[in-house]
Design a binder for this molecule. Structure first.
Ligand SMILES: Nc1ncnc2c1ncn2[C@@H]1O[C@H](COP(=O)(O)OP(=O)(O)OP(=O)(O)O)[C@@H](O)[C@H]1O
Length: 617
């Protein structure tokens, strides 16, 4: 087979493979940002400008006026120099004119430099405030908010949308004012100098403005397509990197590559189109500009012959026309920038307006230090209306007792935990800690007394010490180490090259599952909560680690009220009370012996686990 046909064949296979896989990947595209001008958004944004308005805006306006006026004065000096100094061969006047022009340029430069510095300062402060508000607000939002939105879309709002406002706020808004002032100033000067010539030239303004805005909008849309395609590539890339182990294990590299190729080609096509459109902008504007110059010189020459204007005026007009295109061009750009900013700010404020579903009552008080008595009374819960996740849960737990929650997947175990921590509020019924309804206390005072150890332990970037200290930020190094020793984590930590100062990457990929569990126990022990919630890891670990974890658990649970989503037989057996859930209802409850005697669901689950263990050898 020739090289060419081999290549063609490979291309065909690639396309076929891509077609087959294209339907497998579904990524949520970035939202398209397309919106008209919206005063509501301008008003809301201007609230962020208010704190700086009194202090900095007057300086900016003065600088803006100085810069604008000096720019408008220069052509007048040129006209004067041509019509008087040159005509009368007056060297001194010519020198004064040149020095005057130089002076005006220097003033203009200084005013612009100051203005840019101040506008950047204000813009950056506004962006800082906006990011701060957005991030602190998002941190307060309930789980329900995160359930409904992909992490990517939240990230895009905090980074990309805020950045797109940055362009408008740092330069755009002030440029808009300068450009408008400059445009009006030039038109007035042209009309004062010569109404006929001025009017003939001004005719080109709307044409140019129309071309500029329309084309800019098309260019913006085409760049948006590029951005959507790029974010799709990023999503695919992200998924492939995160899932690389599974991909390689199932030898799915080729289909992944084929899909990537497809996305890459698509992105390339979109980029070429946007880039071509972008490049057509300047020539079109230049041609329209040239038409303006033709009108000026053709009509201007007639007026000079008729003695209505001087050569100096013609040159001044030509200079003003040069200054014309700049603001018009920028205004077109601004228009498109503003439309993006309107849409961005709408999305940002949508998040800021979002109220947490779990809201604190106005009269909420701090929960005093608790003993750990817990009472569920008639608790019902629905994640979505009409679909019960929990139904009629009644449970009394005495301080210091351990409760094991068991049941098939989806039976409602995690939901009980979510309600106890007030990640969601009960749909009906009540949960009380030490006889106080948890809805009557502040969320912070509740959660600070309820510790939680999740199955998928989250390890943050930083050192091992930092990760344990996450349980109590003011803990000393000695306290951190004591907690690690108590849960038998000290041994493996000290065997690491840098011991407690070993940097663990985000998510702790360099640690084993068992090690991560022990770290999270140390973290919880340091926090020392009266009520502890533990979602046991399901992954099977070697017997030695299992024993270590059981020992650590004993230390961790001693003297605390604990809720354990139990997967290990050893944990279930030792629990004071076992709750067997099915489809959101409590089907059986009691201790291990009583439930085994009952020979119901629990008995079946335990038998199944024994069989599994025996088969595993
Ligand atoms: N965020 C959510 N939004 C909507 N429904 C949910 C949500 N989380 C859980 N559910 C539903 O609520 C029910 C109970 O789920 P829950 O997570 O409490 O089960 P579980 O017993 O902890 O399961 P597993 O052992 O698999 O973790 C399930 O039907 C589940 O589909």
């Amino acid at each position: 087979m020739s090289g060419q046909s081999e290549q063609a064949d490979r291309g065909l296979c690639g396309e076929k493979a891509a077609e087959e896989t294209v339907n497998r990947f579904v990524y949520q595209d970035d939202e398209e940002l397309d919106k008209g001008f919206d005063w509501v958004q301008v008003k809301r944004l201007s609230k962020y400008m208010k704190p700086y308005a009194r202090q900095l805006v007057p300086i900016m306006i003065v600088m803006m006026c100085v810069g604008g006026i000096t720019k408008l004065l220069n052509p007048l000096l040129i006209a004067y120099a041509i019509d008087h100094a040159l005509k009368e061969k007056d060297g001194t006047t010519l020198l004064y004119c040149v020095l005057g022009m130089l002076g005006l340029y220097i003033i203009q430069w200084a005013a612009n430099a100051y203005r840019i510095r101040f506008t950047n300062m204000i813009g950056q402060r506004i962006i800082y405030d906006l990011r701060h508000d957005l991030f602190s607000h998002i941190q307060q939002l309930s789980f329900r908010f995160f359930d409904k939105r992909p992490a990517g879309s939240i990230l895009v709002r905090i980074t990309n949308y805020v950045n797109s406002l940055q362009d408008l706020l740092t330069n755009g808004a002030v440029n808009l004012m300068i450009d408008c002032v400059q445009l009006v100033g030039i038109i007035v000067i042209l009309l004062i100098y010569n109404v006929k010539l001025g009017a003939a030239i001004i005719v080109t303004v709307p044409i140019m403005f129309l071309i500029s805005t329309k084309l800019r909008v098309r260019i913006r849309r085409s760049w948006q397509v590029v951005s959507t395609k790029t974010s799709r590539i990023n999503a695919h890339l992200n998924e492939c990197i995160q899932g690389i182990k599974v991909t390689q294990a199932y030898t799915q590299e080729k289909p992944n590559m084929a899909y990537f190729e497809l996305m890459n080609k698509d992105n390339h096509k979109a980029w070429t189109r946007a880039s071509n459109l972008n490049q057509s902008f300047n020539p079109i504007i230049e041609v329209t500009g040239a038409i303006g110059y033709c009108i000026l010189f053709w009509f201007g020459a007639h007026l000079i012959q008729a003695g209505e204007i001087t050569i100096g005026v013609l040159v001044a007009f030509a200079t003003y026309i040069g200054h014309f295109w700049e603001p018009i061009n920028r205004l077109g750009q601004m228009y498109s920038q503003m439309l993006i900013a309107m849409a961005s700010s709408e999305r940002i404020f949508e998040f800021i307006d979002e109220q947490p579903n779990v809201a604190e009552r106005p009269a909420a008080k701090d929960l005093p230090p608790i003993r750990g008595d817990i009472d569920f009374k008639g608790v019902e819960f629905e994640y979505e209306p009409g679909r019960h996740a929990l139904k009629g849960i009644d449970l009394q737990v005495k301080a210091g007792q351990s409760i094991a929650l068991v049941g098939h997947t989806g039976s409602g175990k995690s939901t009980i935990i979510n309600l106890l921590c007030r990640f969601y509020d009960v749909t009906s019924g009540s949960i009380k800690i030490d006889r106080t309804d948890i809805r009557d206390v502040t969320i912070q005072s509740l959660r600070s007394q309820v510790g939680i150890v999740l199955q998928d332990t989250f390890i943050f970037s930083g050192t091992i010490r930092d990760n344990i200290r996450f349980g109590r930020l003011d803990a000393t190094d000695e306290e951190v180490e004591a907690a690690a020793k108590a849960v038998r984590a000290h041994e493996f930590i000290t065997s690491l090259p840098q011991g407690y100062d070993t940097e663990v990457q985000e998510r702790g990929n360099v640690l084993s599952m068992g090690q991560r569990q022990l770290l999270s126990f140390a973290r919880a022990l340091l926090a020392d909560p009266r009520v502890l919630i533990l979602d046991e890891a399901t992954a099977s670990i070697d017997t030695e680690t299992e024993l270590k974890i059981q020992e650590a658990l004993k230390t961790l649970l001693a003297g605390r009220t604990s809720f354990i989503i139990a997967h290990r037989l050893s944990t279930i057996r030792h629990a004071d009370h076992i709750l067997v859930l099915d489809h959101g209802r409590v089907m059986e409850e009691g201790d291990h012996d009583a439930l085994m005697k009952h020979q119901g669901i629990y008995h079946g689950l335990i038998q199944a686990q024994y069989r599994l263990l025996q088969e595993a050898g």
